[in-house]
Ligand binder design. Structure first.
Ligand code: GLN
Length: 303
């Protein structure tokens, strides 16, 4: 497969769309991002790495970190997590509070903010340092020790994180946090504030294309667990637009409000696109257009 040519095709499609929408300014440290910046990278299971545009430029990974924190919890702690968080699409925005009351502090899935708070709490209990374990995983898989947590973004999230604080307190009121709200929020904001590039993230997501096997050849998840993570990504990874994303793209994926989207081609590759301007659901307009164009041109999707 001539991946470089297909990536160029995707970039052309993305350039028609990139910049439509709005950068995430509810986190003030992200408000200065260039709306139509664009990059895309693909890492195959047999070691190829290709990129177009600004694929080596770091950006704030935001909710893409939720994919890694979930995988680390499943790898370290098995299935116990699933009594504390569900696996159904929410149909509500990523930072919504409404379902938590009716569902007694059990978040709908691990990829909305409420669910990620519970996953972060579990990872903190299992490792003693949730954000460092996500960071260490990204560094190891990408081979890039320069990946880091951006302290300005983390501080900005903390200063403006009233909704996330409300979610965490509500979950704690139902007895679904083991650590203090302050510790869980600090760790959650820290892993959301990691800066990494499309190339880094494609390499770091490749274990899900390899059915759970890491870059060094060790097994992180069983193939059944990797299948399950991919399934939850497909149904919940792009929030209340997951149906539309599956319809257009046909791949499991995780988005973040920094404008990144990391998609998995099971058995084949991981694909990351980035462009900061977001649609109303909080997914990057340009990155989704690029990945849609890629799957359409190559015929590579899970369907
Ligand atoms: N850190 C962001 C938040 O908690 C992540 C949201 C996202 O990327 N969808 O609001």
């Amino acid at each position: 497969m001539n991946y470089p040519e297909f990536l160029r095709t995707a970039m052309v499609a993305a350039h028609r769309e990139a910049g439509k929408g709005h950068v995430a300014d509810y986190i003030p440290a992200l408000a200065g991002a260039v709306p139509d910046a664009f990059g895309m990278a693909l890492a195959t299971v047999d070691g190829e790495l290709h990129g177009v545009g600004n694929w080596k430029e770091p950006f704030s990974i935001q909710s893409i970190s939720k994919l890694f924190s979930l995988a680390l919890v499943l790898a370290e702690g098995g299935n116990a997590l699933w009594t504390r968080v569900g696996r159904e699409p929410s149909g509500t925005p990523f930072n919504s509070l409404v379902q938590l009351e009716a569902e007694r502090g059990i978040p709908r899935n691990p990829f909305i903010n409420a669910g990620a708070v519970v996953v972060t709490d579990r990872l903190q209990t299992l490792t003693g340092d949730a954000s460092r374990s996500v960071l260490g995983f990204l560094r190891a898989e990408s081979g890039n020790p320069g990946i880091s947590i951006d302290p300005a973004v983390a501080a900005s999230e903390a200063a403006h994180g009233h909704r996330n604080a409300a979610l965490a307190h509500f979950i704690a009121s139902h007895g679904n946090l083991d650590n203090t709200v302050a510790v869980v929020l600090e760790e959650y904001f820290a892993h959301c504030s990691i800066s990494a590039s499309c190339g880094d993230l494609a390499l770091a997501g490749r274990f899900l294309a390899s059915h759970g096997v890491r870059a060094d050849g060790t097994r992180m998840l069983s193939s059944t667990e990797a299948k399950r993570v991919n399934a939850v990504l497909l149904t919940c990874g792009t929030y209340d637009a997951a149906g539309e994303f599956a319809y257009r793209v046909g791949l499991p994926a995780k988005s973040g409000v920094g404008g990144g989207v990391l998609a998995i081609l099971p058995g084949r590759a991981a694909l990351c696109a980035w462009s900061p301007a977001l649609d109303r659901a909080g997914n990057s307009v340009g990155a989704v257009a690029a990945i849609e164009a890629f799957t359409t041109a190559t015929g590579l999707s899970i369907f």
